[in-house]
Design a protein around this ligand. Sequence first.
Ligand code: S3P
Length: 166
Amino acid sequence: MTGPRVVLVGPMGAGKTTVAGLLGDAWGLPVRDTDADIEARTGRSVSDIFVEDGEDHFRALEREAVAEALATHPGVLALGGGAVLAEETRARLAGHEVVFLRVGLTDAVKRVGLGVGRPLLLGNVRSRVKVLLDERTPVYESVATLVVDTDGRSPDEVAAEILEAL
Ligand code: S3P
């Protein structure tokens, strides 16, 4: 089964990386993930780059990684959750099949996994995730050609809906 080239966008906890793997398996296409590309290229973790060099530096690396992947990668591509905040990246996505994996606050917080057993931390993670979801949902919607709900659904169910639609 050969499928179209697809770009997955959405917040942390939407399941982009997992669903990308399932789509790649189903379609027999290679899968890439811009966070993993940045880590491979720099030999450092995303967290280390954020902490040591700052978010602006990470975003510059991310813009380059997205541009490179869109230009060369023939398969399924998962973008980091903040990648679409760059106007340059949104412009590059035009004409591509872009799937927004939508996730609500409760499932996103559950999936990012922080704060388990730490109610105070959980409270902070929850408010931070809420701010990001509120800010970014309209941006994801503006670039998407398909929107798939992920709340309460397994990656297999999400991938099945995409496989059905595309
Ligand atoms: C980020 C999402 C992360 C990673 C970085 C910043 C964001 O990717 O790029 O920590 O701004 O939402 P995932 O969405 O794959 O977790």
